[in-house]
Write a protein that binds this ligand. Structure first.
Ligand code: AMP
Length: 310
């Protein structure tokens, strides 16, 4: 099964991915984890990615696509995978479609983990992970028995460097601006499945399975799977989103798909204004028409003869 996990930072993609790995025995491919590992190993690629990661911005598509291309070549990915944190923008999604199209292995589903803004903030600021065994905790909702110590293996717990308020603000902004459009991208492909991701981890996992089981059994297929779109020409996708200064978090709560679909913005009919030059010409012609009408009543529609462009 080939799955993309979509959702804002803190929506629980990593936690659910771990459970999905156990259930379906397919690898969890997290670009965030791969980048952090490259950084920890001090590779040139990791060092290149560091600045963007520290600032909560996206690492360049070139680096990320290289990592993914390489990872999907591994044998364990032949029977499927769970992509977490990738794709993060339309360019990456189109590139992924291209890769999978060439392998004749289209995506089965894009699962959106739907969480409201307040819950996201609590999850992100309270998140702690064990670097030794990978167990995750949250100091607010799922605290370890002993402060900063893993219940499972006793190793010290780690607070991710980019889980501070300023970087979180940037990551959520980047999500809104660049990753959220993927919801429509996959909806248009008939692959989007939206899951309410607020509540107990096990409950959310059950909801995921309700959607995934029919797909795993081959009972349900994506409604349509068009050939991959060619990458957009012209302007490359903006990587940087203005960073948040100071401690406040001017991040608008994202309207989450599935709960309250965004109302279409009403179209205001365009005012019938003319460009300045044309408008002046028209006024002039109207004036001259009035003049000529008053001079000779027999003149036939002078405005049309002398009128400016419409
Ligand atoms: P994550 O663990 O998925 O929250 O990712 C942590 C950081 O790694 C992000 O804030 C980005 O800087 C970078 N990153 C992870 N995945 C991607 C991606 N697909 N494209 C660009 N940057 C990424």
């Amino acid at each position: 099964m080939r799955i993309v996990l979509l959702g804002a930072p803190g929506s629980g993609k990593g936690t659910q991915a771990k459970l999905l790995v156990e259930k379906y025995r397919i690898p969890h491919v997290s670009t965030g984890d791969l980048l952090r590992a490259a950084l920890a190993a001090g590779t040139p690629l990791g060092l290149q990615a560091k600045a963007a990661m520290d600032a909560g911005q996206l690492v360049s598509d070139e680096i990320v696509l290289g990592i993914i291309r390489e990872r999907l070549r591994h044998n364990d990915a032949k029977k499927g995978f769970i992509l977490d944190g990738f794709p993060r923008n339309i360019i990456q999604a189109q590139a992924l479609d291209g890769m999978l199209h060439n392998l004749n292995q289209p995506l089965d589903a894009a699962l959106l983990l739907d969480v409201d803004f307040d819950a996201l903030m609590q999850r992100l600021t309270g998140r702690r992970t064990c670097e030794n065994c990978g167990a995750s905790y949250n100091i607010y909702t799922n605290p370890p028995r002993l402060d900063d110590q893993c219940d499972r293996c006793g190793a010290p717990l780690h607070h991710r460097a980019d889980d501070n308020e300023e970087t979180i603000g940037n990551r959520l902004r980047v999500y809104d601006a660049q990753t959220k459009p993927l919801i429509d991208f996959y909806r248009n492909q008939g692959r989007l499945e939206s899951i309410n991701a607020v509540g107990e981890v096990e409950m959310i996992f059950k909801r995921l399975l309700t959607v995934l089981e029919p797909i795993a059994r081959g009972v349900r297929k994506p409604k349509l799977s068009p050939p991959p779109a060619k990458p957009a020409r012209g302007k490359p996708a903006a990587q940087a989103v203005a960073p948040v200064k100071g401690k406040s978090l001017p991040v608008k709560p994202a309207k989450i798909a599935g709960k309250s679909p965004r109302k279409p913005i009403p179209r205001v009919p365009p005012k019938k204004t003319l460009p300045k030059k044309a408008a002046t010409a028209r006024t002039a012609s109207k004036k001259s028409a009035v003049k000529s009408q008053s001079r000779t009543k027999s003149a036939k529609s002078p405005a049309k003869k002398t009128g400016g462009r419409r």
